[in-house]
Design a protein around this ligand. Structure first.
Ligand SMILES: NC(=O)c1ccc[n+]([C@@H]2O[C@H](COP(=O)([O-])OP(=O)(O)OC[C@H]3O[C@@H](n4cnc5c(N)ncnc54)[C@H](O)[C@@H]3O)[C@@H](O)[C@H]2O)c1
Length: 408
């Protein structure tokens, strides 16, 4: 098998597993990160992120000398950019921030040589790979001698080490030669199909995958709001509708979170706001669902307050952005809890997957069940599904299921 020297720029959830996997496949890997703590941790053979099996890959790759981390980019034949692509905060349509990608491109400009592969893996708006080329040209690089391509990452956190190998990959070069050469490189460590296209289609492909999920969840969330008004159990309804051979409705919840599905559709909307009408509405519907959830909790709290003649205690079950993980990024459940907390409600937050939270104290499930007047299911964690259908104090407690935990 052909092996290369590879410089992976950005050693987070995507870059570090990729670097460790490449090393395990025989490539000589220099990882590079601007965060010195990340570099030190990796060079001790340890990891700074939570991901099953990653520790064993990193420990072994560092021990056998195939992976070493640096604070500056190192000379290589292949450069892979795995840096963050958030959006700029502000009013109006969120605008993608590709500053990290362009900074990473500038940082390797002095090292690249004819024939090198330059691969962008960060989720990026259409046109970013071309901009990366423009930046390199501006730095005096002979870009016509390089093979530059976009290859989006589509792994599921929690299964990254498996999916990096098994998933099909889409490779979009700025030229057909670049597509071909980069595809060859991916075949050295990917068992899934390596699918060839051009750079802008590959960029759009990643954004399309996450927008598809977002729009489909928005449909379920919109249904849930309509059904609540009609006193129809939306989970029963969806189960029945899904018995149609060509219907497959997703599950509603308190919104959509995470750093991908809640973010990437905006990259399409920002570039073409006049035409991306459904995608924009999907985002807005999913964001609205969290506000609607807050209102439902406030109504339940007002009823409990009238019944008890005191301020009710509200227990919120779940903070993560989806079931059975510890990731709170862009989580609508966190937004709900924070908002109620800021409005002066007596809130107990229960999140079995984390130990502490910087903004509010966490309670155990037992304390919540013993002391809450209003019990709100925000995330369908497995611990909550094990609760009996009739809760111990349910006569004295209002139960509000916003994620289908009781329907399970
Ligand atoms: N995490 C996922 O599950 C996932 C899945 C698919 C796609 N993506 C995309 O992959 C990209 C990276 O995401 P991530 O989750 O790995 O991010 P991350 O925040 O975990 O890691 C990014 C790393 O890049 C470093 N960095 C920032 N600027 C740098 C620079 N100029 N040079 C070197 N290092 C730099 C940071 O210090 C950080 O360690 C993003 O575009 C993201 O949207 C992530």
């Amino acid at each position: 098998m052909n092996t290369s020297t590879v410089c992976v720029v950005g050693l987070g959830y995507i870059g570090l597993p990729t670097a460790a996997l490449l090393a395990s496949c025989g490539h000589q890997v220099a990882g590079m990160d601007v965060n010195p703590d990340v570099v030190e941790t990796i060079n001790r053979g340890e990891i700074h992120i939570v991901e099953p099996d990653l520790d064993a890959f990193v420990r072994s790759a560092v021990a056998n000398g195939r992976l070493k981390a640096y604070n500056t980019p190192q000379p290589a034949d292949v450069y892979m950019l795995c840096v963050p692509t958030p959006f700029h905060e502000g009013d109006g349509i969120p605008q993608p921030n590709i500053d990290y990608v362009l900074a990473a491109a500038r940082s390797i400009a002095g090292l690249v040589k004819a024939g090198d592969l330059i691969i962008l893996e960060s989720t990026s708006p259409v046109g970013t790979t071309r901009e990366l080329e423009t930046v390199l040209r501006g730095e005096g690089v002979d870009v016509d001698a390089l093979r530059i391509a976009y290859c989006p990452e589509r792994v599921l956190p929690g299964k990254i080490m498996t999916e990096l190998v098994e998933n099909d990959r889409v490779i979009g070069g700025l030229t057909p030669e670049a597509t071909e050469a980069v595809s060859e490189f991916y075949r050295t460590f990917v068992r899934g199909a390596v699918l060839k296209t051009n750079a802008q289609t590959a960029e759009m492909c990643k954004l399309t995958e996450n927008s598809f999920r977002d729009v489909n969840i928005a449909f379920a969330n919109e249904l849930s709001v309509i059904c609540a008004k009609e006193d129809i159990d939306v989970w029963d309804l969806i189960e029945l509708a899904n018995r149609h051979p060509r219907v497959n409705i997703l599950q509603p919840g308190v919104g959509v979170g995470g750093h991908c599905i809640a973010v990437d559709p905006w990259f399409i909307v920002a570039r073409d706001p006049d035409n991306a009408r459904l995608i924009r509405t999907g985002r807005e519907v999913n964001n609205f669902k969290a506000e609607w959830s807050i209102d439902q909790i406030k109504i339940a709290a007002a009823d409990a307050s009238a019944r008890l003649d005191r301020k009710p205690r509200i227990a919120c079950l779940g903070l993560a952005f989806k079931p059975d993980i510890d990731d709170l990024r862009e989580s609508p459940a966190v937004h709900v809890v924070q908002s109620l907390h800021a409005q002066g409600y007596d809130i107990l937050a229960v999140e079995p997957n984390i130990h502490t939270h910087p903004k509010f104290e966490l309670a155990t499930l037992e304390t919540a069940l013993e002391t809450a007047d209003v019990l709100v299911f925000l995330v369908k964690h497995r611990e909550f599904l094990e609760l009996p259908a009739v809760l111990p104090r349910s006569d004295a407690m209002t139960v509000l299921d916003l994620c289908g935990a009781r329907a399970a």
